[in-house]
Design a protein around this ligand. Structure first.
Ligand SMILES: [Zn+2]
Length: 120
């Protein structure tokens, strides 16, 4: 009986966390909450914060430092899936990544990727 109770509590906590994460995801990605800025990046209406920086911050469990730069691996500025985002400590390290990719995959791909939506 106690084991059954324990299982119910564990399941309840699991469902609660699952639901809370789903709500957070919804708040982060709801089309109503975001807009496309002039630079081609998605931002939140309420705060004007960049969505990709918030997504990475959530992934890391902290807010990004001002000099940290987020890189879109596929070069699609609107693909803010956590797996598509890399953080560099500063712009110089970010530039170095693009130069490495230019050597390995060609100049055009390094700055445009498969998205053809512009650099980054
Ligand atoms: Zn980049």
């Amino acid at each position: 009986m106690e084991l059954l109770f324990l299982l119910l509590v564990v399941f309840g906590v699991y469902k609660y966390i699952q639901e809370r994460n789903a709500q957070r995801e919804e708040a982060f990605t709801s089309p109503d909450a975001i807009y496309l800025d002039a630079g081609g990046y998605l931002r939140y209406h309420d705060s004007d914060r960049l969505v990709h920086r918030a997504v990475v911050g959530q992934k890391l469990g902290r807010r990004l430092r001002p000099l940290e730069v987020v890189h879109h691996r596929d070069r699609n500025k609107q693909n803010n899936h956590p797996g598509n985002l890399w953080v560099f400590k500063a712009q110089a390290a970010h530039d170095a990544q693009h130069r490495r990719d230019a050597v390995n995959y060609g100049e055009w791909w390094s700055y445009n990727g498969s998205s053809a939506r512009g650099s980054n």
